[in-house]
Design a protein around this ligand. Structure first.
Ligand code: SF4
Ligand code: SF4
Length: 214
């Protein structure tokens, strides 16, 4: 999922300076899952803004904010444009941009988009993928050395790990130790015995597109 972090309420107020009537969009997919921009947080922000003298004209979620048909299906954008001077979006950067493309009033974001990650126990989120466009994890035991090694090394460890911990960030295991362990367990150690060619980072030059066949 795409993870986001809610900005501080004070920062949100600062970004809305000069406006009075605000319509808030939460996102019930990624932002809600990280408890940093779903409807629950949107209502919390709304209460804070009302306390600071703003008039909140609506708090809504189209479901998936980054899906054009969902975003436009319930007339929420028109409702926002007609009732407010500004939209505050708690969707990720993609969803917020899609809102901005489809309205004639200013849009502000109340979150910062962080990374593509996984969730554990409802509160731990770890970055697992940087969408490099040239996935190698079939050969590395399903563990990504691009996203989970701070140096993105694809040909084995740098040699700096201390007691299995990463030399750049001792709070995390060296991902190459994990890859080796995993490959041993599944009997695929051979996978990493040959040097892999340099990663083709031209595949991650953005903005990228995915077009599905009809
Ligand atoms: S190799 Fe690239 S696409 Fe595959 S998981 Fe890692 S960052 Fe994501
Ligand atoms: S110690 Fe391991 S995870 Fe850390 S930078 Fe070196 S190879 Fe990457």
């Amino acid at each position: 999922m795409v993870t986001v972090r809610l900005k501080s309420l004070e920062r949100i107020v600062e970004e809305l300076k000069g406006f009075k009537r605000v319509f808030i969009f939460g996102c019930q997919i990624g932002s809600a899952r990280c408890k940093n921009g779903g409807l629950r947080e949107a209502y919390k922000v709304a209460g804070f803004l009302e306390g600071k003298g703003f008039k909140v004209t609506g708090v809504k979620s189209p479901g998936g904010t980054c899906i054009l048909e969902k975003l436009t299906s319930k007339n929420l954008l028109r409702e926002a444009e007609e009732s407010a001077e500004v939209i505050l979006s708690l969707a990720c950067g993609a969803g917020t941009q899609l809102i901005a493309e489809n309205v004639k009033i200013p849009v502000r974001t109340g979150v910062t988009t962080l990374f593509i990650g996984v969730e554990r126990e409802g509160r731990f989120f770890d970055e697992y993928c940087i969408a490099c466009g040239d996935c190698v994890i079939s050969d590395t035991g399903g563990i990504c050395p691009v996203a989970r090694c701070p140096k993105s090394l694809v040909n084995g460890p740098c040699g700096g790990a201390i007691a299995g911990k990463c030399e750049v960030n001792p709070d995390i295991p060296c991902v190459w130790y994990e890859i080796e362990r995993r490959l041993e367990i599944i009997g695929e150690l051979e996978n990493v015995k040959e040097n892999v060619p340099p990663k083709d980072y031209s595949k991650s030059v953005y903005p990228r597109k995915l077009i599905l066949e009809e």
